[in-house]
Write a protein of this length. Structure first.
Length: 201
């Protein structure tokens, strides 16, 4: 089972180069789903309303199984696919790469377009730091004050991230734990039968 994936750390914007008068401006965004990809593309059109084309590709899923490449009116396979192939070559997922083109008066031909969009994607991804992201689960605990020490020891032992704490008549704790550690983490609480545990994500 896969518990982590490679993606880019943060958005990279406005990496520009020119080819025979045409201007290419590339963008790369870490995204979670198709809806976020659409929002990013809507934003790009809003800041580049006069662009000739905005070609893009995105890849989603732990194995990159959900993807799309769009030529936006360029000859078939000359825009989106070269961008997508650069994403694949970096072995990353949950990412959108887009290249904004302003036509400069000289036709590049299909081969020229393929090279230009490939370079556009390559340049922006070279500026991106690739990081490993781990799948996580949120867990909520309700427990008495006398169990607090035992609960916190287990939280520390499994490097769970504390998201929130609330101490009233009882203790309420929400943590984020890596999915790969989840089963062992929950098993460590079995002796503490008074501790109530609930998954919330």
């Amino acid at each position: 089972m896969i518990f982590s994936y490679q993606t880019i750390q943060k958005p990279i914007e406005e990496i520009t180069f020119k080819e025979k008068g045409s201007k290419f401006i590339s963008y790369a965004y870490p995204i979670q789903d198709e809806e976020e990809a659409k929002e990013r593309l809507t934003y790009l059109w809003s800041i580049h309303p006069d662009a000739t084309h905005i070609c893009y590709a995105y890849r989603l899923g732990l194995k990159g199984e959900n993807y799309r490449a769009n030529d936006d009116g360029e000859p078939s396979g000359s825009g989106g696919l070269p961008i997508y192939n650069q994403i694949v070559s970096k072995e990353i997922t949950f990412v959108l790469v887009a290249s904004v083109r302003y036509y400069g008066g000289t036709k590049l031909g299909v081969g020229g377009l393929v090279r230009a969009y490939k370079l556009s994607a390559q340049l922006v991804l070279e500026e991106s730091k690739i990081v490993e992201r781990h799948l996580t689960e949120k867990i909520q605990f309700d427990f008495s004050y006398e169990d607090q020490g035992n609960v916190m020891r287990n939280v520390d032992k499994f490097n769970a991230e504390v998201i929130s704490t609330e101490f009233t008549d009882t203790c309420n704790l929400i943590v984020r734990i890596r999915k790969e550690n989840l089963d062992n983490f929950l098993a460590s609480f079995e002796p503490l039968y008074q501790v109530k545990i609930k998954k919330i994500s």
